[in-house]
Design a protein around this ligand. Sequence first.
Ligand code: ADQ
Length: 486
Amino acid sequence: MGAELVQAGRGTDSRIGGSGVKTGRGRLIVVANRLPVHRVKRKGRSVWETSPGGVVSALRPLVTEAGGAWVGWSGTTGRAPAAFEFDTIQIRPVSVTAEQVEKYYGGFSNATLWPLYHDCVRTPQFHRRWWWPYVDVNRQFAEATAQEARPGDTVWVHDYQLQLVPGMLRELMPEVRIGFFMHIPFPPLELFAQLPWRREILSGMMGSDLVGFQTPQGAKNFAAACRRYGGARGSDRELEFRGRKVRVGPFSISIDIEHTESTAMSAPVQERAEELRRGVSPNLNGRRKILLGVDRLDYTKGIEIRLRAFEELLRRGVHTVDSCVMVQIAVPSRETVGEYAELRAYVEQLTGRINGEYGEAGKAAVHYLRRNLDFEELVAYYRAADVMLVTPLRDGMNLVAKEYVIAKTDDVGTLVLSEFAGAAQELGAGSLLVNPHDIDGLAATMEVALSMEPTEARRRMGLLQRAVRKNDVYGWADSFLGALTS
Ligand code: ADQ
C-alpha cells in the first residue's frame, strides 16, 4: 500500500455498520498487503488487535455489512495462521516466507516500484531475482482470495504490492467483480516505460473492472501506458482489453474528519497543544512560532530539503531562533532498505548541523522526534503548529495535509504544500504551494508563512476547510464501491 495501508490516517471504529453503502450483490472481500489486525501481547498472551488507520476503519464496516473477508499478510513470516473470524469479519492471513518478504516487499515493491512510481527521486533497481518472488506472492494472494470468494462477490485489491492480483484472480474466478485502487502515484509514460515487466504489470491491473487512482493525472498516465504497452484500446476513462471493459478513474482519498475534529476539540488535546507551545518558548516575551513537519521517514517526503530550507531561512536572519522553531516528527519506516538508513543518517546530520550553527542552550532551532505518536499527541502538535510544512517530492495524496487542516478547526495556521502532492489538486487554493526541490523558494515561502497577517491566514484556512470537508474517507470508499458495482 501507499506505504502501509494501516498507517494511512487514524480512526476509531465508530462508523462500523454505519456507512450505508451496499456493495451490490455479493460479499465484499478486501485484499491488501497488510491485514486490518496485528498480534499484540496482552497479559502474557498473544492476541489479535485492530490496526490503526483511517483506511482500515473506513473499509472494515463495509466488509462487516457485506458479510465479507479481508485477505492480507499478518506481518510475520512463515506459515500463516488459519483463517479466523474477528469482530464479525473473516480474516484470511496469507503465508509469506522471510525470503519472499526480502525480495517481494523490500526488493520489488519498495526498491523497484516505489522509487519508479515516485518520479524516480531515487534510482529504481531492476532485478530479475526480485520479480519472481513478486509474482509468487501475488499468486499466493490471488489463490487465498479465490478460496474465500464466491461467484457474484466483489473484490477490492489495494496498492502497488499487489498489481498482478486482479489478472490472476480473473483467471481463477471470472465471475467476481474486481476493483483495484492505487494509493501511490502512477508515473508518466516515459518513466513507467523503464520497467522491464511493464506489460505483465499492466495486464495484471487490467484484470480489474475498475482501476482507481488518487488524481486524474494518475488515471491518465495509466490509461496511456495501457494503450502504449499493454495492448489495450480506448479512452482515458474506459479501456478495452481482451474483449472486456476496464473502467479507469480518480477517487481522491481522505481522512476520518469527524474523528480528527473531535480529537482536536477535546480538552486534553487542547491543553497538550498549549503545553507544547509553552514548551518551545521558555523565558521569552514573544512566542516562538512553530513550523511542523510530520512524515514517514521516507526519501519521497522531502524532509532533507525542507531542513536545508529552514537552515537557509535562519541564515537570512529575518527570522531567528528567538522567533521560530522547527519540529520534525518522523515515523521510522522500512529501515532494512539501504536508502532509508542513508536518509535517516543524513536527516540526523542536518539536524545536528543546524542546531550547532543556530541553536542556543535551552533553545534548539530544530526538534527532531523519530517515533510513532498516538493520534491524540499528533493532533496536539498539529494544533500547536503555526506553519505546517508538507513538502514531498512526490506523493499519492498526503493525509497529513488534510489532518492538519481539520485539526486547526478553530485556530489560525498556514499550510505550505508541495505542488507534487496529490493533495495539491484539492488544496491549491488556500495553501502556499511550493516546488519542494527549490531551497530558496521554500525558505522564502516559510518567511511569507511566518509573517502572514492573521486575517489572511484565516481566509486561507477557511478555503482549506471547505475543500477538505467535501469528502471524508467514508465518502472515498463509498464512491469507489459505488462506481465498481454500478
Ligand atoms: P503515506 O506515505 O504513509 O501513505 P500519508 O498519506 O501522509 O503518507 O499518511 C501518513 C499517515 O501516518 C497519516 O495519517 C499520519 O497521521 C500518520 N503519521 C505520520 N507521522 C506519524 C507519527 N510520527 N506518529 C503516528 N502517526 C503518524 C500512502 C501514500 C499517500 C496516501 C496514503 C493513503 O504514500 O500518498 O495519501 O497512502 O492512500
